[in-house]
Design a protein around this ligand. Structure first.
Ligand code: GLV
Ligand code: MN
Ligand code: MN
Length: 419
């Protein structure tokens, strides 16, 4: 029987509550305090610096790579062996909560403190890290830092991505002082474990705090730019309009119809960004831009959904005499995590007396990228209010968070002692 460690739950909770004040704002829609910490903004920089302080206080060796990913190492007895890595992200969506990503990072730092307090030595190095622009909200591509590290996205491409104001990732990394010099293709870890809130209702419905994650569904993000023609709303006959707004709205409705049809398996389709320009009451919109976010646990259904939508838009554009340009933002296939690591996490939860369920992830995670390089799996933590997330209503209670990080801690120690 391996030794068991228990993290300091109060210390973990205090860190979560402190970090949520960085980028905090009063959210009008919910009446709650939310977190707005878009990647590489001043708020993200402040939160990064606070995490680095905590890492240094825990005696860790910190390094920053060329895409701004930060890693902190606790040495093991044999430094020639590949490390065991924990991590996630601390950037948030524009109106986010305190737990998405942050739990895995602050939880990882808490694991390090716990091992220090208990005087635990491990064979392998253990690392905790956070990855740049996981959300993809600012620069348009999610899991950016981890995808660069895993080699899926070239760093030159990532550096050139721009935000709405035209600022590049590279400029912003330099501006906030996180343009590190460690190579982005880091030494391949032995294993990567990410603890993350579930962001859905499955765990709460099952009455458990812990999920062992089997994999992540396919994600497709595209931006559509629709160009029609501005004209007078009162005088232009209906049949001679080139209404970009109407085409954009039709895409929204078709995306939902596709989900309801059942023709594309368990498709989830969302238009989360929708812009019809100046918004003048008496002018037919001449330009519209929108994003389409598709998720599907089946690769073939995902491809069929993309093809159907492309055909639908072609037909719509021809009918209304508008031009449509598609821009690919992100695309990942279904990722399945390592069965042996899933079993190790399940055994660890069992040994801690924590009931769990196995589940696929609805959301994207850095783990799906890192899994291309090493043994990888994830631990989920239940959320309240149906696991709602990407809103200030996101909330996981201290017990659930503590249980999840206890599983992380003990699984990581087991892995770090594997020869
Ligand atoms: C990450 O939060 C995602 O969009 O799934
Ligand atoms: Mn996340
Ligand atoms: Mn998120």
């Amino acid at each position: 029987m391996t030794r068991t460690v228990r993290i300091n739950r109060d210390r973990l909770w205090a860190a979560l509550m402190e970090l949520k004040e960085i980028g905090a704002y009063d959210d009008e829609a919910t009446g709650l305090r939310g977190v707005r910490r878009l990647a590489l903004t001043d708020a993200d920089a402040d939160a990064r610096r606070r995490c680095v302080e905590w890492m240094i206080e825990a005696g860790l060796e910190v390094r920053v790579d060329r895409i701004g990913n930060v890693y902190a190492t606790r040495p093991g007895r044999d430094r020639s062996l590949p490390s065991v890595l924990m991590g996630s992200h601390i950037d948030t969506v524009a109106a986010g909560g305190a737990f998405d990503g942050t739990l895995g990072v602050l939880g990882g730092i808490e694991v390090m403190r716990t091992l220090n307090d208990a005087g635990v030595e491990t064979l392998r190095d253990i690392e905790v890290g956070f990855f740049t622009e996981e959300e993809g909200v600012r620069f348009g591509t999610d899991m950016l830092g981890s995808a660069v590290t895993a080699g899926r996205i070239p760093i030159e491409h990532a550096h050139k991505l721009t935000d709405e104001a035209g600022r590049t990732v590279e400029e912003e990394l330099i501006r906030i002082g996180f343009d590190g010099d460690a190579h982005e293709r880091r030494p391949v870890p032995y294993a990567y474990i990410e603890c993350h809130i579930e962001q859905g209702p499955i765990l709460a419905d099952a009455g458990v705090d812990i999920g062992i994650v089997e994999g992540v569904q396919s994600i497709s993000w595209q931006r559509l730019t629709i160009r029609g023609e501005a004209a007078h709303t009162g005088t232009t006959p209906i049949a001679s309009r080139h209404d970009a707004g109407l085409v954009a709205a039709s895409v929204v409705v078709e995306a939902r119809r596709m989900c309801d049809s059942g023709d594309f398996g368990q498709l989830r389709a969302t238009v989360g960004s929708f812009d019809i320009g100046e918004g003048q009451t008496n002018v037919i919109p001449h330009k519209a831009t929108l994003t389409v976010d598709l998720r599907n646990p089946d690769n073939d259904h995902m491809t069929a959904a993309e093809q159907h939508l492309a055909g639908y838009v072609d037909e719509l554009a021809a009918r209304h005499g508008v031009q449509v340009v598609w821009g690919r933002m992100a695309r990942t296939a279904v990722v399945l995590f390592h069965p042996g690591i899933q079993d190790l996490l399940a055994a660890t939860a069992g040994d801690l007396g924590l009931p769990y369920v196995r589940t696929m992830s609805g959301a994207g995670h850095d783990a799906q990228e890192i899994s291309a390089t090493c043994l990888t799996a994830m631990v989920f933590v239940a959320g309240e209010n149906g696991g709602i997330s990407h809103t200030p209503r996101e909330y996981s209670n201290p017990t659930a968070c503590g249980n999840g990080i206890d599983v992380l801690a003990n699984a990581v120690v087991r892995l770090a002692d594997q020869p």
